[in-house]
Design a binder for this molecule. Structure first.
Ligand SMILES: [Zn+2]
Length: 302
């Protein structure tokens, strides 16, 4: 069997999966905010998973947020997990358990997970974006992750989406799509129209269809539509999935995103996305993606 783990900013999740696709119940733990405790939690998680299935572990699959040196398996400067800077995750797991490790960026794993078991199930070609603290991306082509020619894969959240927002991105630049579409961007838009301090504060206004809240969602949808029109122009892929915390509000912002896409692509309507869906369980998509990756890896090596 394979053990798959998603190490995120807030939680660590894991499960086992066999080459025939059978898998266990996912185990979730809060991630402690120190490196030592994170290591301990990783070991406890593996023990809990092994209690579910006693088969010999063949390999580990790990998904985590970057930036990371994906060849060496070492964290560079993770924005949301600064205590893990320099942590050799791959080395720690392989030394602790004596097994090989496959590592993947969490957003790219999530793309594969949504194709495997989620909102893009069965699609051979798909674009997936996580809208949250950052803007993660994953491209699936012919059923497998497309990585370009670099181990870390594409970084679509850092394409230039225009001037006017003077927030410096985690990559050091201004104008990145991430700074226009992440949680901070949406909160800044909401604050201009409503007395809110966090995105959850928007919920009661949205439930009441408050004019200002609806306007915020339309503006956000328009921005997203501009971004997606570029993505489909580049990749020519018409299946789009959305995950991350903001995707739970998709019903409110997707109509505006679709209108912008139709406007931008009105003379190239063959590029219009056929499917735009939000994940029904965004917390699980990276974990299912690692499961899919382990099975693909198994099939490629046997
Ligand atoms: Zn950037």
């Amino acid at each position: 069997m394979y053990i798959c783990i998603d190490l995120g900013g807030s939680n660590i999740r894991g499960t086992w999966i066999k080459s025939d696709g059978t898998s266990g119940s996912p185990v979730t733990m809060k991630r402690p905010k120190t490196l030592t405790d994170t290591k301990e939690s990783l070991c406890s998680l593996v023990t809990a998973i092994q209690k579910q299935c006693s088969d010999e572990v063949q390999k580990f699959g790990l998904a985590s947020a970057g930036p990371m040196d994906f060849e060496k398996g070492v964290y560079l400067s993770p924005t949301n997990m600064p205590e893990l800077k320099g942590f050799d995750l791959k080395g720690f797991i392989s030394e602790s358990f004596g097994k090989d490790v496959i590592l993947e960026n969490d957003a790219q794993a999530a793309a594969l997970g949504e194709v495997y078991r989620g909102c893009l199930r069965g699609k051979q070609n798909a674009l997936f974006f996580t809208l949250g603290t950052g803007l993660g991306s994953g491209v699936v082509m012919d059923g497998t992750l497309w990585k370009g020619k670099v181990p870390a894969g594409p970084e679509l959240g850092h394409i230039y989406l225009g001037p006017g927002r003077r927030i410096r991105c985690g990559c050091g630049q201004v104008g990145c799509a991430e700074t226009w579409l992440n949680s901070k961007a949406l909160l800044d838009m909401a604050r201009q129209r409503l007395p809110v301090t966090g995105l959850r504060d928007l919920d009661p206004y949205l439930n009441d269809f408050h004019d200002n809240a609806i306007k915020v969602m339309e503006d956000y949808g328009h921005r997203l539509g501009l971004f997606l029109s570029q993505m489909v122009s580049i990749f020519g892929i018409g299946n789009i999935g959305l995950g991350g915390g903001i995707s739970r509000m998709a019903d409110y912002f997707l109509p505006a995103a679709r209108r912008t896409l139709e406007h931008r692509l009105n003379r190239r309507d063959w590029l219009l996305p056929r499917v735009i869906r939000s994940s029904s369980d965004p917390d699980m998509s990276a974990l299912w993606g690692m499961c899919a990756l382990m099975i693909q890896n198994h099939n490629n090596t046997t």
